[in-house]
Design a protein around this ligand. Structure first.
Ligand SMILES: [Zn+2]
Ligand SMILES: [Zn+2]
Length: 205
């Protein structure tokens, strides 16, 4: 089961956070890798396609975005890209970014398996795609910008949450709220676009 957003752009159903799949002529690009325990949903999506992602772009290293990254890598062998600040967490070299001691504790308990060999996302290139730094939620939060056939899609991770059809910064879970507010302004200046957040539904800006 999945939801189609546009031709060749999907969100895998029932994952948290949202896992997006972009089919391109150069292969499949996956955005984020859900919470630990949700690999079955990812595998069910790729089954009928007969292939998995050739690249995974990580918007940031929170546990609900890299939970099954290790399984995705082991199964499909994609190249993984993330911001250098987030690579430290993905590789298990530093704890999850959070202002909350409770969240850090939860993060340590359900810790995603580390993944090695992650490349700097600023070196990622695919037709129509580029990376925008949108820090604040975490130091290395990024937005994947995808332009195709006159439409612009923004995969923002948790740089902006959807709530009631609007975009907002999650003040409680962002490491640097002021930086996050500036990043949201940057995202809103990308209008017209379809924003595809880590949590919630697409938002037209
Ligand atoms: Zn999240
Ligand atoms: Zn997050």
């Amino acid at each position: 089961m999945h939801v189609r957003i546009a031709e060749g752009i999907h969100v895998i159903d029932g994952t948290n956070a949202n896992v997006y799949v972009i089919e391109t002529d150069a292969g499949i690009v996956q955005v984020d890798s859900a919470m630990r325990g949700q690999f079955g949903r990812i595998r069910s999506f790729y089954g009928p396609l007969g292939r998995g992602p050739s690249a995974v772009v990580v918007t940031h290293s929170h546990m609900d975005h890299i939970g099954e990254l290790a399984s995705v890598v082991a199964t499909y062998g994609p190249v993984v890209y993330a911001h250098p600040e987030e690579i430290l967490v993905i590789e298990g070299r530093r704890p999850m970014y959070s202002r909350s001691a409770l969240i850090r504790l939860v993060g340590a308990l359900v810790k995603p398996r580390p993944v090695a060999g992650v490349l700097d996302v600023h070196g990622f290139s695919a037709p129509g795609m580029r990376v925008l730094d949108t820090p604040g939620h975490t130091p290395g939060s990024i937005t994947l910008v995808y332009e195709r056939e006159g439409e612009r899609y923004l995969f923002v991770g948790d740089a902006a949450f959807e709530g009631g059809g609007a975009l907002r910064v999650n003040r409680r879970f962002s490491v640097d709220v002021e930086a996050a507010e500036r990043s949201l302004e940057l995202i809103e200046r990308m209008s017209p676009a379809l924003v595809l957040p880590g949590h919630g539904k697409p938002v037209r800006i």
